[in-house]
Design a protein around this ligand. Structure first.
Ligand code: FCB
Length: 444
């Protein structure tokens, strides 16, 4: 199939279902000299931290080409654009406001609104100012309070012209990949670090939600979480338990505190020194009402027992893989959404990221990315399936608008609907972009 289509009677073909494309600041903006350094600038300087030894100094030069990029977004016919704000482009080291940087986002939001595009802002997509990292970063409780101050600056400047604010993008990645496994910035390791960072991130979310309620009562406010549906490698009881633990540790650790004001029971399996320090009142701050939760889904995770009663992820088998080595399992997407809905009292959901990297080739001005079209087709149908089973899902954002800096894999992985030639900054709509555009224009 060379198109993306949904069943005729799908609720996702109604106009009120929001379609968008997503990006993040560090991955596309460039213009490094016009902001304070962030932890990813520092991380990129470490030998071998980034697969292709690249960095975000130039990226897609979006700060230079933003007007052209807004026109491109509008041309896709999307209803919404999800972007993130770089903390260090808005605030200087001394806490004063960077008027030029804030002006950039103000202009960007205005231009999008003028085109009738709803703006979904994410306040933190991993680019913590380096000077805050030097004070301990997310291991320092003060960072959560600094985040609330930064949130106030942005909310007051952009106001309710922003349709939706998300506090954090994927606190799992910030905490686990950045402070526990060390494969993302700032490259710290250790379970105690990971758990403490996660707690301070969630606290930051709760504090920022209070600010948002006060400053932008008319915008939709919430958070974006990532999930990999947990499967057991076998029917052995030990593996079934390993999958349950992997699910608690990687998925529920972030959503359960938000919705129920407590960490999952797996907290009790940790050594005392690895448990986060939680101050009185913290869990109530974390459990603010959210207007929505953003769900980012790419693939599933398969777990087995590691021989010590803990879980271990196994190498995927039996499904086609993307260029990331991630299994393509649309059914796992439906299962995730339905199970979240069964387990929790959820606010409405938005799919805030979904997409795939493939080894795209630009040939004679075209990128024929059939595998990506198939990926979007099957995953949009997976969302449709979840909605039919009663899950309240209001929108879907493709990751990503355009190829960009894919974190520790640099520019070697292409997730865009739009191909970027980094030597010339030329953007070319891939066939998947044309298919997405056709789906959107065929709505009722
Ligand atoms: C998510 C990130 C996003 C992008 C995709 C592929 O975890 O939020 O920035 O890198 O993965």
């Amino acid at each position: 199939m060379s198109t993306i289509s949904l069943p005729d009677e799908s609720p996702m073909l109604r106009r009120e279902f929001i379609y968008g494309v997503a990006t993040s600041s560090f991955q596309i903006e460039g213009a490094k000299d016009a902001r304070t350094p962030c932890i990813w600038d520092t991380f990129c300087e470490q030998p071998n931290a980034i697969a292709d030894h690249s960095n975000g100094a130039i990226a897609c030069e979006h700060v230079k080409y933003w007007q052209q990029d807004v026109a491109m977004i509008a041309d896709l016919g999307v209803d919404a654009y999800r972007l993130s704000i770089a903390w260090g482009r808005v605030m200087n080291v001394d806490g004063s406001i960077n008027a030029q940087g804030l002006g950039f986002y103000r202009n960007l939001v205005e231009a999008l609104v003028a085109k009738g595009i709803k703006v979904f802002v994410t306040l933190y997509h991993w680019d913590l100012p380096q000077h805050l990292e030097e004070q301990g970063g997310w291991l320092n409780r003060d960072t959560a309070y600094a985040f609330a101050l930064y949130t106030e600056v942005v909310a007051k400047a952009l106001g309710d012209r922003v349709y939706s604010y998300a506090t954090l993008n994927e606190p799992f990645c910030s905490a686990y990949l950045g402070y526990e496994e060390g494969i993302h910035a700032p490259g710290k390791v250790g379970q105690a670090n990971g758990r403490q960072a996660a707690h301070h991130l969630l606290l930051a979310h709760g504090l920022a939600m209070k600010v948002l309620r006060r400053c932008v009562p008319d915008s939709l406010c919430g958070i974006v979480l990532n999930f990999s549906t947990a499967y057991s490698a076998s029917t052995r009881e030990a593996d079934v338990q390993a999958a349950r633990k992997g699910d608690e540790y990687h998925n529920h650790w972030y959503i359960q505190p938000l919705l129920e004001g407590r960490y999952p029971d797996i907290l009790n399996d940790l050594d005392a020194q690895s448990r986060p320090q939680v101050e009185e009142g913290d869990m109530a701050i974390i459990a603010q009402n959210n207007d929505f939760i953003g769900v980012n889904y790419y693939t599933r995770a398969v777990y087995k027992d590691d021989g010590h009663g803990w879980f271990e992820q196994v190498v995927p088998q039996g499904h086609a893989l993307t260029a990331m080595g991630w299994e393509i399992v649309p059914d796992a997407f439906t299962k995730l959404l339905v199970e979240l809905d069964q387990r929790y009292q959820l606010p409405p959901l938005y799919i805030t990221e979904n997409g795939a990297a493939f080894d795209d080739q630009l040939v004679a001005g075209e990128v024929v990315d059939q595998p990506r079209i198939d990926y979007f087709n099957s995953h949009l149908r997976a969302v449709d399936n979840a909605i039919r089973q009663g899950v309240d899902i209001r929108g879907y954002f493709a990751w990503s608008l355009m190829d960009n800096f894919e974190w520790s894999l640099g520019y070697s992985k292409r997730f865009g609907l739009v191909y970027v030639d980094y030597a010339t900054q030329q953007r070319t709509l891939k066939h998947s972009a044309l298919a997405y555009k056709a789906l959107l224009s065929n709505r009722l």
